[in-house]
Design a protein around this ligand. Sequence first.
Ligand code: 5GP
Length: 136
Amino acid sequence: MEDTIFTKIIRREIPAHIVYEDEGTIAFLDAKPATPGHTLVVPKKQVRNIFDVDDETLAAVMRTVRKIAPAVRDAVGAHGAHINSNHEAAAGQIVFHLHFHIIPRHDRSEFSFWPQSDYPPGDAAAIALKIRQALG
Ligand code: 5GP
């Protein structure tokens, strides 16, 4: 896997506002925050996204997300947070090194993250069946 901008942050080759680091993970402020305090949690191991990450690396990242989220919330006086992650370009991933966004939220009316719709009759059951089949 090629280096990304996050590799450079991990290696301290470019600056970032790092808020936490341990053996396997690092957390720093997003340069273009959705809301103030927007933090990225990143494994030091280079993995592209959810489609190639191993269980151990993902577990380490999620432990850090759980540790950091209340601190991010409290630091900016927020009342909640999105824990969001984009996987592949089709889903909006622009940095191809696994990361989770912690986005503090003060009020639900600030903005809406994704649209919602309804299933035509029968579609939900058919899609659920296909997912179960894909799981084998
Ligand atoms: P993605 O769309 O891949 O989930 O999000 C990547 C995030 O990385 C974006 O929110 C973007 O603002 C952030 N980002 C991109 N380049 C840099 C950088 O050089 N420094 C920091 N701190 N964040 C970055």
